[in-house]
Write a new protein. Structure first.
Lengths: 326, 290
């Protein structure tokens, strides 16, 4: 096979080009939404590494997103750390937290891990609002931080700069995740998902790989959370509840379990479905609040029944059919 | 002292609710080795149904009975239509389906009944029972109902042919099928029973935690903690765990961590038990054949 014209590479370059052109074509609120999509995509990448590739169920990734967000907010607003340093620092904290949570997670079979992470997701807003941490987390009122401006006198607005920052992070993290999955480590992770006993018999260190995978996954969620704190300019306990964690799950299922490119579809989906519901609530009133939940729930079951590969899987199948016809 | 007794009583009242929720979870677990994440939202939806009936002017106990029966039928229907197609799917797919179910019920309740917090009637109003003052009438009644449910479920599984068939189907499906038990239907009945028990739990919890579409998230979490603490494959353990979690949660909330972070008590219990004693207090050790 020659190195020219692989359809996957062309597709990736096209998406990158479109993403690069976007900040100069769109404005204000659309840029903010674009940044949100990229942020969700980063979090979904992390969750997909854990759940899709390694087969460990997490219903609590909102908690790591929250640690990243609060970490960045506290570091910049309370301790005066520059934000470009705060994002990696906060995500390192997340790596640590994920690694530590991954340790007991080893002893839980798939189901128990789901239970424990579910508990984590439900308890997170309460822990964040806890009075004992008021001096750091601001209790139930949260922490505000200044939105960063473009450095080096670049001719970019704040929204454009934030979008570019998110795009840079998303591209680098996507590249890293891809390399990880296609390496020896990635094969070991897949083997642990599909044939855990055989993988261990072949010498894969299950404990090390699984905890590290949990840590890396939490790190991705942490980067996303930190970027989200910068983009929104504010963190508060209510935004990190169970529904956030569950929407991450919806995102990877819709995009495609184990498909790294699919997270983009998932991210677009979980960004715009609640938006759509907001718009509908103008005409339908309060009952439109039920719409995202109904769509999410229906799609989860439907995807498992007829489209377990998600959007990415369906696209791949369609592409294969087209190329066979040639 | 009186305040302490009061905390103990309200802990036991909610503990009874957790205990029967945990029992419902264990029933599904024993038959399928799966935990029903939609149990809480199903119970919430049943509770709204009962509220609608009392709102129409039905007497409480008639609404109660009809809700339990309708929930049973609903549980059977859900097993047949939604859960059954995934019987052979991996754990991840089943968990995702259950989460989907819970999101649907939550949305449905919000759409049909709105998102505002509502009062739910209790049949046990009036002065506290037996002339004591530590426990309100609803708390006493709720504990009584929980114990009655536990007893009825025990009697059903221990003394009726159907209960025996259900236990057999859960323990050894292949042999049960060979002696003529319809294993698939046993599972559907199990789901029905779990839904009916959940409905009772919801109706007992609602006067305490108030009725809203998210009321059962916390209750379900405590029920998980109770089931894990007692051993998720042991009904007695789960019931004991439910009561224990209810009392612990209330006392911790009142005297140690403060009521704002009570949910983290459940998180701590779940993680703690899984780290130090994954099989729970009364559960069987999990042994896998390689």
């Amino acid at each position: 096979m020659s190195r020219v014209a692989q359809p996957g590479t062309i597709l990736r370059l096209a998406v990158l080009a479109a993403a690069l052109a976007f900040p100069f074509a769109a404005s204000g609120y659309h840029l903010y939404q674009g940044a949100q999509v990229l942020i969700f995509a980063i979090a979904l990448l992390g969750l997909n590494l854990l759940t899709g590739v390694n087969g460990q169920i997490s219903l609590g990734h909102g908690a790591f997103f929250a640690i990243g967000g609060y970490g960045a907010a506290i570091l910049t607003a309370k301790l005066g750390v520059p934000y470009l340093l705060a994002v990696p620092l906060a995500s390192l904290v997340c790596f640590g937290a994920g690694f530590l949570f991954g340790f007991p997670a080893l002893r839980f079979g798939g189901l128990y891990l789901a239970l424990a992470t579910f508990a984590l997701a439900v308890a997170t807003p309460q822990i964040l609002a806890y009075k004992g941490f008021d001096f750091l987390t601001g209790g139930s009122s949260g922490v505000s931080l200044a939105k960063p401006h473009a450095p080096f006198a670049l001719p970019l607005t704040t929204d454009q700069w934030l979008y570019c920052l998110c795009l840079l992070c998303a591209a680098v993290l996507y590249w890293a995740a891809r390399n990880l999955v296609e390496s020896r480590v990635g094969r070991a992770l897949v083997a642990l998902r599909d044939q855990p006993i055989a993988a261990e018999a072949m010498g894969v260190n299950a404990a090390l790989y699984k905890t590290t995978c949990f840590g890396v996954s939490a790190l991705y969620a942490g980067v996303a959370g930190a970027l989200s704190a910068l983009a929104v300019g504010f963190v508060s306990p209510e935004s990190f509840g169970l529904s956030l964690s569950l929407s991450f799950l919806v995102g990877i299922v819709v995009g495609g379990l184990g498909s790294l490119g699919g997270v983009l579809f998932g991210a677009l989906f979980i960004e715009f479905v609640p938006n759509l519901a907001d718009q509908l609530s103008v005409t339908f009133g309060e009952s439109a609040k039920a719409l995202p939940g109904a769509i999410y729930g229906g799609l989860l079951i439907l995807a498992m029944a007829v489209m377990p590969g998600g959007v990415a899987g369906a696209l791949e199948a369609a592409m294969r059919r087209v190329s066979r016809k040639k | 002292m009186n305040a302490f007794l009061h905390q103990l009583a309200s802990g036991a009242a909610l503990g009874g609710v957790y205990a029967i929720m945990a029992l419902a979870l264990v029933m599904i677990y024993q038959a399928t080795q799966l935990v029903n994440f939609a149990q809480g939202e199903m119970a919430m939806f049943s509770t709204y149904f009962a509220w609608k009936l009392t709102d129409l002017g039905w007497p409480y106990w008639r609404a109660f009975a009809v809700t339990v029966v309708v929930s049973f039928l609903g549980g059977v229907l859900i097993e047949r239509v939604v859960v059954r197609p995934f019987a052979k799917a991996p754990v991840l797919a089943s968990v995702i389906v259950f989460i989907g179910l819970s999101l649907i019920f939550n949305a449905l309740a919000g759409w049909l009944y709105g998102y505002s917090v509502t009062d739910f009637p209790t049949p046990f109003d009036g002065p506290p029972w037996f002339g004591q003052r530590a426990m309100s009438a609803h708390e006493s009644g709720s504990i009584l109902v929980s114990l009655a449910v536990l007893m009825l479920v025990y009697a059903f599984f221990r003394f009726t042919p159907l209960g025996l068939a259900m236990r057999a189907a859960a323990q050894n499906p292949t042999s049960s099928r060979l002696v003529g038990i319809r294993v698939g239907w046993m599972l559907a009945i199990g789901w029905g029973l779990a839904a009916a028990i959940g409905a009772i739990a919801g109706m007992m919890a609602a006067p305490i935690v108030y009725l809203d579409p998210n009321m059962m998230a916390g209750v379900l979490l405590y029920a998980f903690a109770g089931a894990v603490l007692g051993g998720i494959d042991n009904p007695f353990g789960a019931a004991f765990g439910g009561f224990a979690v209810g009392v612990t949660e209330n006392l911790m909330g009142a005297y140690v961590v403060g009521s704002e972070v009570k949910l983290s008590v459940a998180l701590a219990i779940i993680v703690g038990v899984l780290v130090w004693r994954p099989s729970g207090l009364f559960g069987r050790r999990l042994v896998a054949r390689v």
